[in-house]
Design a protein. Structure first.
Length: 64
C-alpha cells in the first residue's frame, strides 16, 4: 500500500501529464482532445479532493 505522500505525488504527476497533453492539443488546434483532456483533468482533481477529505480530513472531522 502507498503512503499518502506517494499518492499525492502520483496525483501531481498525472495532473502535470494531462496539462502537457492539453497544451499540445491546444497548440495543434485539436479542440476536441483539448476539451476531453480538460474533462479528465477535472475528474482527477475531483478524485484528489475526495482523497484529501477522506485521508486528510480537516480538523474536527473523523475518518469514515
Amino acid at each position: 500500500m502507498h503512503t499518502n505522500e506517494q499518492i499525492k505525488t502520483k496525483f501531481k504527476a498525472v495532473k502535470k501529464t494531462l496539462k502537457a497533453a492539453h497544451l499540445r492539443a491546444t497548440w495543434f488546434q485539436d479542440y476536441t482532445n483539448a476539451h476531453t483532456i480538460t474533462n479528465a483533468l477535472q475528474m482527477v482533481e475531483q478524485l484528489e479532493n475526495e482523497f484529501d477529505i477522506k485521508f486528510d480530513p480537516p480538523c474536527g472531522m473523523s475518518h469514515k
